[in-house]
Design a protein around this ligand. Structure first.
Ligand code: MIC
Ligand code: SF4
Length: 644
């Protein structure tokens, strides 16, 4: 039987397990990436593991999220990351070099290799045929130390693209359509592979937009073949040596398949507050717009920026609109400047931001109260912009640019002919903002600022897990609900005790108080709980508050792994109607917890008593035997220290 692209890469990197969907496998990791908002924690954990030098082929630490230095906290964390990476063999991409995913695909990604990143959009490098997976910081720390990465073997989903994009339709519209079809939980437990004769018209930056936003499907990752388009891109980046051909076998078997005719695709838009709330732009055309943000790791490539500049050239941004543009990398910024496109943007009235995540993670540019904000980002989760009352819509750079001029949401199809942009034969190369690790690690002193506080470490699983239902949440609770991140909170990513006071506050402002007053407790949630980011803080903050278990209808992949790594029990209702039978503040008890968790790994249900209602219900804990041991030890760090 033939293999898919990702099955081929997994087979080559397989350390343990069999490639049967759902069963636990472990793979060798070639490269890792971290960014600063998850990186401080990842490097603290790497230090705790105690491996002197990274054992990967390449590890890079980016500074791109926390770049508003409104106090000493960000700068201190940057210094910590710069020194800790220098000591342990990791390259350091300085602030100003760009957004991690954009820089990594330009300068470091390699087709056929594996990449583990402490950021959910790590799959961006799937655009060049790399198996690139987002994970929690601790999993990345273990991979840097040479340890395997464990994951359930994913199912294979093929998206077959035929034809060629019609004028004004873009890669963003492809992934928005896929999100409309599959929803934000449609990719859980799957790898999405792209194929078909439509591929030959899609450039690497366009492919990267699609694999990047595949994170919003909940997919393990997304991947394109490595073909002549990939080769041309790597050649233009001066990295032709990195190219290998890679495609699925003719007789590869997929568990699911979707067909998309690119020529029929029209500009799409995701309405508030979910990336799968997708309609045609025409359905909301005419809505007045207050803010337009162009950038983020989804749409900040040179191609995207050149399109925007061509649309803005000679025009003026509508007086009621604030337009901000953040190019994705120093390379993009430099080339925009050299060719005069930057002048066209500035001339039209765009406010140019540094090449970083910026507004995408609420680091500045929070819109006004009740604003309509049009963004080229990948996520429009509730309150993520920093303004809870704002309505954030997700669009392509083309829709964003024409709407910024018109002042209302506009379908560009009515705008005339689209600009014709071609990939450059050569990109401008200058890696002078990537600092190499020290030749003599002993000479490097790691600098730790006062913002770095010890992070909570769980204790071994007690015989009885008992606690009150602190909160009962609905479906699709995101990590932005669990551990909000914005300009006020992001600077505290190395200070979990501080962050814990904001845990789950977008859903229940009293959650931290209730947790503290009750000595911790249990969270109850609906389906797809913990979707979105890889931030471990969404497990660490509940741990800090004494949360012992989370019972839901279903979990998102990375968050569930983060809960396990921190020794918090992830349980799912065996009968989803039991969700309706729990009320907030009901006291729950899991008797014989260690025994029940051990048996859960073999498929047995976990029995829970509702002491308040004097009833019982069954849950499942969908874990492997290895994960059961981690839970018994009270988390991965304890498990590793115990020498397992
Ligand atoms: C995001 O887009 O939500 C983030 C901020 O990049 C996160 C990482 C984080 O929370 O630091 C992600 O995607 O994993
Ligand atoms: Fe940064 Fe936004 Fe991309 Fe996350 S999604 S890495 S915050 S640009």
């Amino acid at each position: 039987m033939g293999l898919t692209i990702s099955q081929k890469i997994i087979k080559e990197h397989l350390i343990s397990g069999t490639m049967t969907p759902g069963s636990e496998i472990s793979i060798r990791i070639d490269q890792t990436l971290t960014q600063d908002s998850t990186g401080t924690m990842a490097y603290l954990q790497f230090e705790a593991i105690g491996v002197p030098q990274v054992k990967t082929k390449l590890s890079v630490a980016y500074i791109d999220h926390n770049t508003i230095q409104s106090g000493f906290e960000n700068a201190d964390d940057h210094k910590y990351i710069q020194t800790v990476t220098k000591k342990h063999g990791i390259r350091f991409s300085r602030p100003g070099n760009g957004v991690c995913h954009q820089v990594h695909i330009e300068r470091f990604g390699i087709p056929g290799q594996t990449l583990l990143g402490s950021d959910s959009h790590t799959p961006t490098c799937g655009g060049i045929g790399m198996l690139a997976i987002g994970a929690g910081g601790l999993d990345v720390a273990v991979a840097m130390g040479g340890g395997p990465y464990f994951l359930p073997m994913p199912k294979m989903l093929r998206v077959n693209l035929t034809g060629r994009l019609a004028p004004w339709a873009s890669a963003k519209d492809i992934i928005l359509l896929v999100l409309q079809i599959l929803t934000v939980k449609g990719g859980v437990g799957k790898i999405v592979e792209y194929s078909g004769d439509g591929l030959r018209y899609l450039t690497v930056p366009e492919r990267a937009t699609i694999t990047n936003m595949g994170a919003e499907l909940g997919a393990t990752t997304s991947i394109f073949p490595s073909d002549s388009v990939t080769k041309d891109f790597l050649l233009a980046q001066g990295r032709e040596d990195a190219w290998i051909p890679l495609s699925a076998d003719e007789d590869a078997v997929y568990d699911e398949q979707i067909e998309i005719d690119l020529s029929a695709l029209k500009p799409m838009i995701a309405k508030p507050h979910m990336p799968d709330n997708v309609v045609r732009v025409t359905e909301v055309a005419g809505t007045p717009v207050d803010q337009v943000c162009i950038g983020s790791c989804t749409n900040s490539s040179l191609m995207d920026m050149l399109k925007v500049a061509a649309i803005l050239k000679g025009k003026t941004v509508h007086p009621d609109v604030s337009l901000v543009i953040a190019p994705g990398s120093k390379q993009v910024f430099t080339m925009l400047s050299d060719c005069g496109a930057l002048t066209d943007m500035i001339g039209a009235g765009a406010r140019i931001l540094e090449c970083a995540c910026g507004p995408c993670i609420g680091m500045g540019q929070s819109p006004r109260t009740d604003a309509v904000s049009l963004r080229t980002n990948n996520r429009n989760f509730y309150a993520r912009s920093g303004t809870a009352s704002a309505s954030v819509y997700l669009v392509s750079p083309e829709v964003a640019a024409v709407s910024a001029i018109a002042g209302v949401i506009t379908d560009p199809i009515e705008w005339g002919a689209p600009p014709e942009i071609h990939m450059p034969p050569a990109f401008t190369l200058n890696d002078n903002l990537v600092v190499l690790p020290a030749e003599n690690p002993d000479d490097v002193t790691v600098v730790r600022g006062p913002n770095i506080k010890p992070f909570p470490i769980n204790t071994a699983l007690p015989t009885e897990v008992r606690g009150k239902t602190l909160v009962k949440l609905g479906d699709n609770i995101t990590t932005d609900h669990i551990m909000p991140s914005n300009a006020k909170l992001l600077p505290y990513r190395s200070n979990v005790p501080y962050l814990a006071d904001y845990c789950l506050t977008p859903s229940d402002p009293d959650f931290p108080r209730k947790a503290k007053e009750n000595g911790g407790g249990i969270i109850v949630g609906g389906s797809n709980y913990g979707q979105g980011s890889s931030r471990e803080h969404a497990a660490l903050a509940p741990l800090q508050l004494g949360v012992k278990a989370v019972i839901t209808v279903s979990f998102a992949r990375i968050h569930m792994a983060n809960l396990i790594n921190n020794g918090i029990l992830p349980l799912t209702f065996l009968d989803p109607s039991d969700y309706d039978k729990i009320d907030p503040m009901d006291e729950l008890s899991i008797p014989n917890a260690p025994e029940q968790i051990r048996s859960a790994a073999l498929g047995a249900p976990v029995l829970i008593h509702n002491l308040t209602k004097d009833t019982s219900f069954q849950t499942s804990c969908p874990i492997s035997e290895r994960q059961a041991k981690i839970l018994l030890s009270g988390g991965l760090l304890n498990f590793t220290r115990e020498g397992a």
